[in-house]
Unconditional design. Structure first.
Length: 464
């Protein structure tokens, strides 16, 4: 006699086909996160001392470093709102993990141990030193540079810094005028061939009305941003990547004065007369190149073509002649990489190989756009209103940028290795798995940040 629901027209299960991939291991992912965070917490925590005066710290139960890690861990686990972060604050395993990261002393066996609510860290960050917190972000970037993470991601020996603007958040307030309910920021991010867009600095863009005012404000923000970037990295060999808005004389002059190179999108709309004359001159030259890729059978096939010209040799009617080289590219295969682009660069272009290199890096400006999309729709909460208070909002945004940078490095250095045994595990899937592991197990249960733990080797991407 069959049991309930058994044998009613169903076949007996017999496995066939390809064996299924291994289930992602939550315990292994948790250990990877702990070993990854350990060196970064040692680099970040000293930079977070002094965010508030000592008398304010003495009156509070939680240290400001603990509040920083409360928010940062929430972003790393893709908890994209204050309600999501408050949902887990009473979990003892989760709270122990936060205190492990911050280094604040506590009784780990206290049944009432919990982390701060969102209103607590909102009030503290409304009074915190924003400059010191931004220096923590710069310290993280310096830590990555010293750790040689960018050594194989340089364009002709220069670190590629892409700049672009984005909407930070919409403010929910009836007392503010409509034009002040949106907060914008101009971001400078270090981009790599494997898709990183590591936040370096950002500058707030003033509220605006209309597209023209937005462009004026973004260029003004760039003038402020470049001064801060030069002060933070005075000896940095940088190459600025930007869209067509930045292909103008003021930006070129700024790059020249700072000894930076540039690769900027070159479009007709920005300088129509100069654009036409440069293309007319290009038509009379034979500076073409073919984009070749190896096919599956080992032979080379043409997947695109392009041209280049030394724009300083062109005779212009305009009072402001173009400086640099103009490179065009058109790729038609493979279909997920089809594109057409034109770029203005200060890097000397003497052959097709250099022209193709410049065009490929000009296209990598889109890493920043992809990063904004990931932060908006991938669990970080960009454009979500965390705080109406301007200072608190600014500081939470800095923490989000730090967490997003850490997540990208963690994904490259650890998760890609763990994911080789498990097919089709998305970043959101890993974040949910890690969140569950922190919530139910925590760092303390697997040894915490013990001094005798071996250093985990993290993989670094290389250009093939």
């Amino acid at each position: 006699m069959h049991g309930a629901g058994e044998g009613r027209g169903q076949k007996f299960f017999s496995f066939r086909g390809r064996p299924p991939a291994e289930q992602p291991d939550a315990d292994e992912a948790l250990r990877a996160l702990r070993d990854f965070i350990r060196p970064f917490r040692e680099a970040l925590n000293p930079l977070l001392v002094g965010l508030l005066p000592e008398e304010d710290e003495a009156r509070c139960v939680y240290s400001t470093i603990t509040l920083f890690w409360t928010v940062a861990l929430g972003f790393i686990e893709h908890l994209h709102s204050r309600n999501q972060m408050d949902m887990v604050r009473n979990s003892r395993a989760y709270s122990q993990t936060v205190f492990e990261c911050s280094g604040q002393g506590c009784s780990p066996d206290d049944p009432r141990l919990h982390t701060a609510c969102s209103q607590t860290w909102h009030d503290r960050f409304a009074r915190a030193d924003s400059v010191r917190l931004e220096n923590a972000l710069l310290g993280l970037v310096r830590h990555l540079v010293r750790g040689k993470w960018f050594d194989s991601a340089r364009l002709c020996g220069r670190l590629a810094i892409a700049v672009d603007g984005t909407l930070r958040e919409d403010i929910r307030s009836s007392s503010l005028p409509e034009r002040e309910k949106k907060r914008y920021a101009l971001e400078a991010r270090a981009v790599t061939p494997w898709g990183w867009n590591i936040p370096v600095l950002f500058e707030e863009v003033a509220p605006y009305e209309g597209d023209k005012e937005k462009q004026d404000c973004e260029l003004s923000a760039f003038r402020r941003l470049e001064k801060r970037l030069k002060r933070a990295f005075p000896n940095l060999a940088a190459c600025i990547l930007g869209d067509a808005l930045y292909a103008c004389r003021p930006v070129v002059d700024i790059c020249k004065s700072n000894h930076w190179d540039y690769v900027l999108v070159f479009k007709e709309g920005a300088s129509p007369k100069v654009y036409r004359q440069a293309h007319d001159a290009m038509a009379g030259r034979d500076n073409t190149y073919a984009m070749l890729r190896k096919a599956g059978d080992g032979t080379e096939q043409c997947v695109g073509r392009g041209e280049w010209i030394d724009a300083t040799e062109v005779q212009y009617d305009s009072d402001e002649p173009l400086e640099g080289w103009v490179v065009t590219c058109e790729q038609w295969y493979p279909f997920d990489e089809c594109c057409r682009g034109e770029f203005l660069t200060s890097l000397p272009v003497n052959d097709g190989a250099r022209a193709e290199l410049v065009a490929s890096w000009g296209r990598r400006r889109w890493n920043v756009e992809n990063g904004f999309h990931a932060e908006k729709h991938g669990g970080f909460g960009l454009e979500h209103t965390f705080c109406n208070d301007r200072t608190a909002s600014h500081n939470v945004y800095v923490i989000m940028e730090i967490a997003y940078a850490l997540w990208q490095v963690f994904d490259t250095g650890c998760l890609k290795r763990l994911g080789r045994r498990s097919r089709k595990v998305t970043q959101e899937g890993w974040a949910k798995l890690i969140f569950t592991a922190v919530l139910t197990i925590g760092f303390r249960a697997i040894g915490g940040f013990a001094a005798d733990l071996p250093v985990r080797r993290m993989s670094r991407e290389r250009i093939l």
